[in-house]
Design a protein around this ligand. Structure first.
Ligand code: PGA
Length: 243
């Protein structure tokens, strides 16, 4: 696991965007795994800048998002469908038909999970997966538990996640309690992974991850220690509990 410590959020975001850019330039029809939340917003801004000012081309790029809430309208600003349009897709030349996000409003959620994994496989698998990390160590919405799901699944959100995400909603009662998320197997099959974290809130989870001593489903990000190509990019605050 490679660890890159950057001074602040801005330089963390630029570092991650630089890696994404290099990978797109190496393989123009790259399959990206994308994350939502506050962490990747700066990276998306930088990718938009690279597209607008330097011609970074997304016209052959395919993307699969990690997760989506269940039972939230896609025109609700808190849905990840809305987030992706707002923070990336509407500002670059990616083709709408090449962007995939789990369908949290499907009548048959189990079937839509199955179709999602099949589609990822049909597109050749994820080349580069972007991840944030929850303060509780979750990746995607794979919350700490005795057992984790292998494939894309319907999950209950952890109380801590509901609390952490309440900042985006009018009240904590509005935060959905369920989501669809890529499973740990789906994530681990990605050829290359970048995990970003910033802020003190993430320091404890990051410290446990980079110590690299234990792999536990109670801190799902530690499963990444088993992956051969993971780069963790953190700011100084997230790194503050160090090794
Ligand atoms: P955040 O969420 O980027 O909003 O902190 C990260 C995550 O929960 O994976």
């Amino acid at each position: 696991m490679k660890i890159i410590v950057k001074k602040d959020y801005d330089s963390m975001s630029k570092e991650a965007a630089g890696i994404v850019r290099k990978e797109i330039e190496k393989k123009k029809d790259i399959v990206l795994g994308l994350a939502t939340g506050s962490t990747p917003i700066g990276m998306y801004k930088e990718l938009i800048r690279m597209h607008k000012e330097e011609g970074l081309d997304f016209s052959h790029v395919v993307s699969f998002n990690l997760d989506e809430y269940i039972g939230i309208d896609y025109d609700n600003p808190n849905s990840y469908h809305y987030y992706m349009k707002e923070n990336l897709f509407d500002h670059i030349n990616i083709l709408k038909e090449n962007t995939f996000i789990p369908d949290g409003n499907s009548d048959d959620l189990e079937e839509s999970c199955r179709i999602y994994d099949k589609l990822i496989e049909e597109k050749g698998g994820i080349d580069l997966q972007i991840l944030g990390i929850g303060a509780n160590g979750h990746i995607g919405f794979n919350e700490p538990a005795e057992e984790l799901n292998y494939g894309t699944s319907v999950v209950d959100l952890d109380d801590r996640t509901i609390k952490d995400n309440a900042r985006f909603f009018n009240s904590i009662d509005e935060v959905p309690k369920k989501a669809i998320t890529m499973g740990i197997g789906t994530i681990m099959k990605a050829k290359k992974i970048i995990l970003m974290a910033n802020g003190k809130n993430k320091a404890e989870a990051i410290s446990k991850l980079i110590k690299g001593k234990k792999i536990t489903t109670k801190l799902p990000a530690t499963l990444l220690l088993l992956h051969p190509d993971v780069t963790v990019i953190v700011d100084e605050e997230a790194y503050s509990l160090g090794k």
